[in-house]
Design a protein around this ligand. Structure first.
Ligand SMILES: Nc1ncnc2c1ncn2[C@@H]1O[C@H](COP(=O)(O)OP(=O)(O)OP(=O)(O)O)[C@@H](O)[C@H]1O
Length: 505
């Protein structure tokens, strides 16, 4: 059995929204297929269909020419298909071994009871395939994010022994929370595996897609708009195919950047919050963008949370406009003109059951009549919709539930919520581009720059060094809770990537 999976004329609609249309797609063993597309273009829908979580409305899926029906995750497993989920699907209070075999019938389970030694040995064998030495008896909740992802990967690989065909492994943005070293080791694992599996790799990071994939498919509005071998296309061309316009070279934009001489809006003096960060001192001018970068555990995210009042500092102080900021929690931060876009937007940034407009106006509705006797819904809607169209939110109608949007479009709504604030002075953006397609990220940065030129000050925790250099006026590097370097390119020149990396690790 060769294990080729083909999709023929697949269509999937959610009510009036067509997520996939007339999709033909072939995935062959021995190759990695990169899947890219703008937010809302149908990538997650395609992964759901392949992993048995959604059924197409029409069209067929075939394995080596034979029609198959993927009507549940278990059915997908039977055909050797597994997904390494972006939002991990492991159960925290079970061990690594239990998680790897949780969804599978296994010889180590008899009448509902585990034979632990054989279960652990079987789990070890799966982890060994990835050259990972995580103990099989440890609870998943005690693992780092990247280790949990390895367990997810091993869990999918365990399918290999259950079926007589090479597995199809689906990766949904696997690198977004990994450090550069962790990405290298994931790629090495994929490269070792590729001869005996087929792989679909979904990501917004075009350089990574081009590096790891043999072929790349571009989805636009649910349709396959291009399919190329990665040796025949470069990043700029792929960006153009996806976004429909050329990318402005950040180097050109940076040349235009002039040093901003300004009185500080924010001064952070020796701020400490155990165990997150220590002795952090920095200043942020009016109309300035301060980029912070650091690997997981650097304390950068917690610093933003402390300024917004989510985390209580142990010592040090924060001055806003020369006055000591009393940080009594997010409510008082909002009153003082501080906004915060959390990294975990689904959990912290939105009300899933509410509509797009309600989510957009939830914080500042009162400014547009939210709390007045006569609810000024129309005004609210107008302002919210103005931002939604500026951020190019792909939606059916503004009254739809936010949960019906694609991940990237949900994020744009959470950002719109802050841009609606009339008194916004300081915006804290924690990994703002995570989940956004490259075009949407450039649009977002453009909106941020525009607001900054109107006097807004921004602290942003960057996802990658490239975007850090793209957006920041000044740069702070953090490691293990401390500031390890500050770069002030007042002459218009930015630090070199190696200088930043050296301070990060
Ligand atoms: N459960 C749902 N109900 C209604 N519409 C949905 C649902 N799931 C997806 N959609 C719509 O289907 C389209 C495709 O969404 P999908 O999540 O597949 O996009 P995506 O390419 O994965 O986007 P992103 O890059 O933002 O994650 C979008 O317009 C989205 O709003």
């Amino acid at each position: 059995m060769s294990g080729t999976i083909t999709l023929h004329g697949v269509r999937k609609a959610y009510g009036p929204v067509v997520a996939l249309e007339a999709l033909d797609f072939e995935i062959r063993v021995g190759e990695v297929v990169g899947l890219v597309g703008q937010n809302g273009s149908g990538k997650s829908t395609l992964l759901k269909i392949l992993s048995g979580l959604a059924l197409p409305d029409s069209g067929e899926i075939r394995l080596d020419g034979e029609k198959i029906v993927l009507d549940s995750a278990a059915a997908a497993t039977r055909y050797g298909i597994g997904m390494v989920h972006q939002e991990q699907s492991l159960i925290p209070n079970l061990t690594v071994a239990e998680n790897i075999f949780l969804d599978k019938a296994h010889a180590s389970k008899r009448m509902g009871l585990y034979r632990w030694s054989s279960l652990n040995a079987a789990a070890r064998a799966q982890l060994d395939k990835l050259s990972v030495d995580i103990p099989t008896t440890i609870l998943v909740e005690d693992l780092r994010f990247s280790e949990r992802q390895q367990v997810e990967f091993a869990k999918v690989l365990a399918i290999e022994e259950m079926v007589d065909k090479p597995p199809l492994i689906l990766f949904d943005e696997p690198t977004s929370l990994l450090t550069p070293d962790e990405i290298r080791s994931l790629f090495a694992q994929i490269n070792r595996l590729r001869a005996r599996a087929s792989i679909v790799f979904v990501s917004h990071r075009l350089e990574e897609v081009l590096e790891i994939s043999d072929r790349v498919i571009v989805l636009t509005d649910g349709r396959k708009m291009a399919e190329r071998s990665t040796s025949s296309i470069d990043r700029e061309e792929l960006y153009e195919l996806m976004v429909g316009r050329q990318r402005v070279d950040p180097a050109i934009r940076n040349q235009k950047r002039s040093a901003r001489e300004s009185t500080p809006l924010l001064e952070v003096n020796r701020l400490t919050s155990h165990p997150h960060f220590r002795d952090v001192t920095l200043r942020l001018g009016r109309g300035e963008i301060l980029g912070i970068v650091g690997v997981l555990g650097s304390g950068a995210e917690e610093l933003c949370r402390a300024i917004f009042g989510v985390i209580k500092p142990d010592s040090g102080d924060v001055l806003l406009d020369g006055k000591v900021l009393k940080i009594n929690g997010p409510r008082s931060a909002v009153r003082q003109g501080i906004g915060y876009l959390p990294a975990n937007r689904r959990a912290e940034g939105m009300l899933p059951g509410r509509s797009l407009t309600e989510n957009a106006v939830i914080t500042f509705g009162s400014e547009y009549g939210w709390r007045s006797c006569i609810l000024n819904r129309r005004r609210e809607r107008e302002v919210a919709q103005n931002w939604m169209s500026r951020l190019k939110v792909k939606m059916n109608k503004a009254s739809a539930a936010i949960s019906s949007l694609s991940g990237g479009n949900q994020q744009k709504i959470v950002l719109a919520k802050w841009l609606l604030a009339k008194n916004l002075r300081l915006l804290l953006l924690d990994h703002p581009s995570r989940g956004l397609d490259p075009g949407a990220r450039d649009d977002l940065f453009e909106v941020v720059r525009e607001q900054v030129s109107n006097g807004l000050s921004v602290i942003f925790v960057a996802d990658t060094i490239a975007e850090l250099l793209d957006l920041s006026d000044r740069i702070v590097v953090m490691r293990d809770g401390e500031v390890t370097a500050q770069f002030e390119p007042s002459s218009g020149t930015l630090p070199r990537e190696e200088e930043i990396v050296a301070a990060m690790v």
